[in-house]
Structures are given as C-alpha cells and as structure tokens.
Design a binder for this molecule. Structure first.
Ligand code: NAP
Length: 292
C-alpha cells in the first residue's frame, strides 16, 4: 500500500506556483489576487477560508477577505460580487459554502464573473468542463486529478465508483474520470443515497472516490484487493482527547481499508490539501488571462 500524500503533492504544486509568481513580480507584474467571501461564523468555514488565505500568502498571492454576518441580506452579497467582478485588481472570487438558508446559493454563484470563477461552480465552468473545453475545474476534483497525475496512477479502462453526486465534488469527479483525457477513460458508476447494492458496486471498482460525508462509511468488506481509494470526506466528530473538542474523520475506515489498497489518501493530509493547491492553480490561471 502506498499513501497518496496530499502534503507532499500540494507542496510541490505550491512551490511551482511560488516560483512562477516570483518570476512575474521580478518582471514588474502585479501578484495574483484572490477575493474570498465568508458569511457567518461556521467553525469549519472559518478554518477553510483562513487556510486558503494563509496559502495565498505563502506563495506570494494577494488575498482579500470580505466577511459578512450570518444575517446579511442576499442583495448586499450580490452587490459585493458585482463590484469584485469588474475590479481589475481581482483575479479570482470564491464564496465559501454553505451559505445561510435565506440566501440562494445559485443566485450568488451564478453572478460571479465566469473569468474569475476559480471555484469552478458557475454554470459556464460546469458546461465547459463537461464538454472537455478549457475551464476552471472545481477545486476538489481538480486536486484529485493532480494527485492521480503526480503518482501516475493508471486510470484508463478501469472501473471507478464515485460515491456522492454533489455539484462540487461527486458529479464533476465522475465526469472527469469518464472523459477521454489523461487520468480519465474510466468506466464510472455514480452512487448516491438511493443506490441499491452499493457494496457490490464498490467491490467491482478499481478506483473508489468516497465523497458522501459519512465518517468511516467505506469499510474493508466493500473494497477489492489493490483498489485505489480516494477519501474526500471531512467530518468533525466530537473527540474530548483533542484540544479543539473534535477530530476530522474521512468517509473511509482507513485503519481497516488501507492494507487492501494499492494507493489510499489519508484524512487529514490527503484531498483537503490538494483542494487548496488546485484553487491556487485556478487563481493563477485566471491571473494569466487577466494579464493579457
Ligand atoms: P453533499 O452535497 O452533502 O453530497 C453528499 C452526496 O453523498 C450526495 O450525493 C448524497 O446522495 C450522497 N450520499 C449520502 N449518503 C449516502 C449513502 N449512505 N450512500 C450513498 N451515497 C450517499 O456533500 P459534498 O459537498 O459533496 O461533500 C461530501 C464530503 O466531502 C463531505 O464530508 C464534505 O465535507 C467533504 N468535502 C471535502 C472537501 C475536501 O477538500 N477534502 C471538499 C468538499 C467537500 P443524494 O444526492 O442522494 O442525497
């Protein structure tokens, strides 16, 4: 079994970006600039946004955080996005999800200028990605693709099972893996809460992507020998032995599954770090198009 080390791979991605940015700044160009919008004070969202901003700083990107209270009016958010859309100093706009119930996520996401849609959630990005055209790819599936590439994992002709069909993880992941592209060409089965015989489907999979948000869901009896297992899940589980009062659990019963796998991602230290690396890559791509 080999660990797919998100720390190592994300560091490599970030190091490359850092060098590219340093070279551009040496030639008197401005730094790439990411705008992050955070609504409310959800602990996990706060942590993710703080980490994205810290990572921007580490590699020489500029970042701006726009914070709003939990009860902000939708219109105020939309007005902020309109301003960021036309602000030439901003390359990428990310809105940390989930948003409070009274705000329609699609109204917010769909207003983002597709040229600054570094999270890749805008319908234009989704459409282009689906057609195999150059586009921003949602950061988590993109990060997973970078991981497969880094470890040169054979995907062509393999059976892949993606558990979860959300617009931000499962659905785009299934599309990418099924496309005629490098690290694609899989035969993909998308599973969800209505799927019957999920265990049997997983047992046929050479590659399993677990993205459902149920800690420890994928157990050893659901995984065939030498499978590649990618754990997307991040759930906070109460843990009094930790200072924070919680620990982070993935969707895979890592302890028992790992020994059966050819490759597996740990949680933490796997997909989460790759997601941030992919977001930075998208921001850099947006920046390059804005420089032209
Ligand atoms: P989501 O929107 O809640 O979607 C979950 C999906 O899992 C849905 O399609 C749901 O099916 C399916 N599902 C739920 N229970 C199931 C079951 N028992 N059997 C089969 N399928 C089931 O979640 P998400 O946003 O995609 O996120 C999934 C997980 O990934 C969460 O833990 C989240 O925190 C994590 N995540 C991690 C990263 C990262 O960077 N590592 C990034 C994003 C998300 P239905 O469609 O039928 O409801």
């Amino acid at each position: 079994m080999q660990l797919l080390d998100g720390k190592k791979v994300s560091q490599a991605v970030k190091l490359e970006l850092k060098g590219q940015v340093a070279a551009l700044i040496d030639s008197n160009k401005r730094a790439p600039h990411l705008a992050a919008i955070l609504v409310g004070s959800n602990g996990a969202s706060e942590t993710y946004v703080a980490s994205k901003i810290k990572n921007c700083e580490e590699i020489g990107f500029k970042s701006s955080l726009f914070r709003f209270s939990e009860n902000v009016e939708e219109n105020e958010l939309l007005e902020t996005i309109k301003k960021l859309n036309v602000d030439e100093s901003i390359d990428g706009i990310l809105v940390q999800l989930p948003l409070p119930k009274h705000i329609k996520e699609s109204s917010v996401i769909n207003l983002i200028n597709p040229n600054k849609d570094v999270d890749g959630f805008h319908p234009v990005s989704t459409g282009k990605m689906t057609l195999g055209l150059p586009s921003f790819i949602p950061a988590t599936p993109y990060g997973i693709m970078l991981m497969l590439e880094h470890y040169n994992i054979e995907t062509s002709g393999k059976n892949a099972v993606v558990i979860g069909r959300s617009n931000i993880v499962g659905r785009p992941m299934s599309i990418l893996l099924s496309q005629d592209r490098e690290y694609g060409n899989c035969t993909v089965t998308v599973c969800h809460s209505r799927t019957k015989n999920l265990k049997e489907k997983c047992l046929e999979a050479d590659i399993v992507i677990a993205a459902l948000g149920k800690p420890g869901f994928l157990t050893a009896d659901m995984v065939k020998e030498n499978a590649v297992v990618i754990d997307v899940g991040i759930t906070r589980v109460a843990d009094q032995t930790k200072k924070t009062g919680f620990s982070i659990k993935g969707d895979v019963d890592f302890e028992n599954v790992a020994s059966k796998c050819s490759f597996i991602t740990p949680v933490p230290g796997g997909v989460g770090l790759m997601t941030i690396a992919a977001l930075l890559k998208n921001t850099y791509e947006a920046y390059l198009t804005h420089l032209k």
